[in-house]
Design a protein around this ligand. Sequence first.
Ligand code: 4AD
Ligand code: MG
Length: 429
Amino acid sequence: MATAYIPIESALSDKQIGKSVSIRGWIYRKRDQKELIFLIIRDSSDMIQAVIKKDSKAWKSAEKITIESSCELSGKIKKDARAPTGYELDVSDLKIIGLAERFPIAKDVSEEFLLDIRHLSIRSQRLQQVWKIRSTVFTAFREFFLQRGYYETHAPFFTKTSESGLELFEVDYFGKKTRLAQTWQFYAEALLPVLEKIFTIAPSFRAEKSKTARHLTEYWHGEMEAAWMDLAGLAKVCEELISYICQKVAKDCAKELKLLGRDSKQFAAVKPPFPRITYTDALKLLKKDGMKVTWGKDLRTPEEKQLTTHYDKPVIVTHYPKEVMAFYKPKDPKDKKTALCFDVLAPELGFEIIGGSERDLDIKEMTKILKQRGEDPKDYDWYFDTRRYGAVPHAGFGMGMDRIVQWICGLESIKDAIPFPRTMERLTP
Ligand code: 4AD
Ligand code: MG
């Protein structure tokens, strides 16, 4: 009969005490004593201490086994308060599956070195929690929209359309020049007359020259677009989505959050309504804090950071100056200097996790801005057809998936929110 292996997590239970179990995984730590060898075995679910006695038939393999070797073990479960996860496996059999060479990660290696060997350093216990939370965040995003009758759709990554004004990756496409997509939005707008409510999760590409803790050149972008929706309706979807993600992570990932030193109660408490403030009022608040921003300038990192210190939930900053916004964000008819748009800034993190807006229906206005910004309006002619044939009021937003993971996990850098980060300086592994 084939051996039934159980996840380590299920071995860590009073119900298993005295029982024989089989587990498999990788060696996380090894400590040799004269008569005993202690191993810590990890799998995707958890870790457990294993002890091998000198008179056991597993002793020879235990002597030979190295850090990060893969193996199969059988033995009896004991309770042991001194063991890292409270239980210990008294090993009777140990089979080495893949004997590891000397693992290159020791204490005191630099951050850069860890990124150079990211394909190995992704195994760390800390990052393992991040990957699990990241998976839950992506699942929550999908669930939220599917439950509300949205359809998942996809757009090309080779495209000439862009947010404009942002850095682009130009690529050679069989001798023609094209670009890597910065957003799914333009294609989403074309799909609205057929599907009305849609979303996607896909990579977006930004040739950001900035070396900051919040910028990737390839990041995961969760976007939604809905027909017949205005800014107030959009802001509501936004706060409900963030809350849904936080509730799900708090409920399903309490153990992972704890291992990262995060409190699941903090995220269970992230519920609508979120505070809303206009850009103009935000400047007044910043002025009181001693930060002077000239009206018309976009908010910079220190200003966004300062603003978020006033709130313990994400804050929705609305009505930014029209001048500095993407070409498709329409004027507010009540105050034409501002646009019908918002950014959502996360507390602690202190920067933007979501950007959204109503969409302009005025082809002339959009053409004028594109020209001013050095774009060729011809590249957007197909997009303007969405306005020519049965346009309806509509709105949408984009969420930086890696940024929301960064916030929830409490990570210094966005690089640790994604398994294989791409930045200005990092293209491998
Ligand atoms: O604000 P952005 O540029 O908005 C758009 O692209 C819209 N077309 C989205 C839409 O309305 N469908 O980007 C949206 C979000 C930002 O709020 C930020 O969280 C994230 O994408 N983002 C980045 N994340 C990581 N690295 C970067 N370089 C990012 N640039 C934007
Ligand atoms: Mg933005």
